[in-house]
Design a protein around this ligand. Sequence first.
Ligand code: ADP
Length: 591
Amino acid sequence: MKIRLHWKLTFIFCIAIALGLAAGYFYLESQMKSSFERELAVDIEQRLLLGRELLENGISSGVKGLEDADAFAKKLGLGQKLRVTVIRKDGTVAGDTDVLPEDIPLMENHLTRPEVQEAAYNGIGVARRYSYTTKKYMLYMAVPFGKGESSGFLRYAMPISYLEKAQEVSRKNIGAALIIVLALSVFFTFAISRIISQPLEEMAKIAKAMAGGDFSRRPSIYSKDEIGDLASALKYMADEINDKIEKIKHEGVKLDAVLSSMFEGIIVVDQKGDILLMNPSLRKLFFVDSDPEGKTPLEVIRTAGVQDMIDRILADKERLISKEISVMRPEEKAFKVNGVPIMRDGVLEGAVLVFHDITELKKLEEIRQDFVANVSHELRTPISSIKGYAETLIDGAIDDRENTKDFVKIIYEDSNRLANLIDDLLDLSRIESGKMKMAFERIELEPVLERALGVLSKTIKDKKINVTRSIPEVLPKVLADEKRLAQVFLNLLDNAVKYTPDGGNVNIGIARMDDHLRIDISDNGLGIPQNDMPRIFERFYRVDKARSREMGGTGLGLSIVKHIVLAHNGQVWAESEPGRGSKFTFTVPVA
Ligand code: ADP
């Protein structure tokens, strides 16, 4: 059960005050009792001394042999509400307020009474005891009086109940006063404890809110005491924690941003090997939709190689493990995975694996190897041919004038092909490496086309190719590198003429398409099988190698076209039907 602080304080203060008041009460009461007794004793003593004087005066004025002592005792005693006893020097009673005159002689000898004994020795005697005569507890006080025969002891007695009654009254008064003091104290204690506990309760509420993550509240206490100090410490603490939390949040956001924007995949596991974190890149690579936290990498990535690496790191705490891992699902990919253990103060806390996607790199490597093989092969053919014919000529064929001319012609054609091949290769490598600077200008498209046709005019004429144009009268200028654009026209027109039988048709159409000009070069030649279509823009790809070579082709023409068009922010594509012809289309931006 929760007891609120101000009730506790009130209770404790009240107990303390009650104890203090009780102690005060008992002290006062005892003080009062003794002071009452003292005062009473003094009072009785004075009255006794006065009574003695009266008695001695009476004796001297004729009260002989104490005959009137009884009347004196009764008169004096009744007047003062006291019991007055006159005792002769032999101890017999001469008079007593509370005893009938006829019974006086029957009274016991009083000489042995303690107060009388004490009076005889000290001049005054006091005693407290039960009186069989009055049947009450009495306070006795006696003094000696007179001289010679008329001497004796005058004794006053008062029932102690008088004293007790007076004490009872003042005790009640003190009690009532103390109760009033107690009631006021309870009230003030309650008020004070409320004042003390209120700020503490406020701070307790704020501390509770802070524990629950709410750092917005601040105590409204400005007193210059310990509670004020506590409040400002709480304020400072809230500010600091808030600051730290903001910083942690900020760091978290930064880390999240870094992890999310990283191209590399990252997976973090705990010391048991369960996933703590998997960044979006890795999730995307492995198509992980559900939350991977708490699962094992094998469950999520389904690749034994990754699980093996993690097991090795966690088991052996190896510093850095690098491994190439290939996965077939969800798609064929290759990764270079680096893994390190996470250690804190020499204790293993988990592991981090970083996945570098090297699929493209691998493909490029393959392409590079293919390219080298292709180039070597392409170079080898004309070189072997040149070498073969040159050897034949050296071996004596040079004397045969008829053959020599043919052989030299073949050597000339092959060296031309070699030169073309090397030119194309150089162009391609320059375009691909970005070293070929494009000089973009606003140019007219048609003259470029006409110049390319001019270059091919002899072949066109020889093959009786019918060239037609579908070109609007007014054409906007384009933004292009004239020389490179001419090469595109030349390569495409050359192909159209090359792969179209004699007497065929080649049509050049130009049309505006939004902010581009679209150029179609169609022929009704051989066409390209559908299987080969996706690859015709690849380097060295030729549908019919022998025929292409025979026609002086290098297999690089369309590849060069593609690169130049893309460098112009244009697009290139082809449509074809074997036996019916092909249509190559490219776009160039309007200036
Ligand atoms: P090549 O030097 O062999 O002509 P290209 O890169 O220019 O190389 O063309 C690649 C291949 O595409 C050619 O070998 C040819 O098979 C095919 N091709 C290109 N243009 C045409 C066309 N207009 N008609 C038919 N086939 C074509």
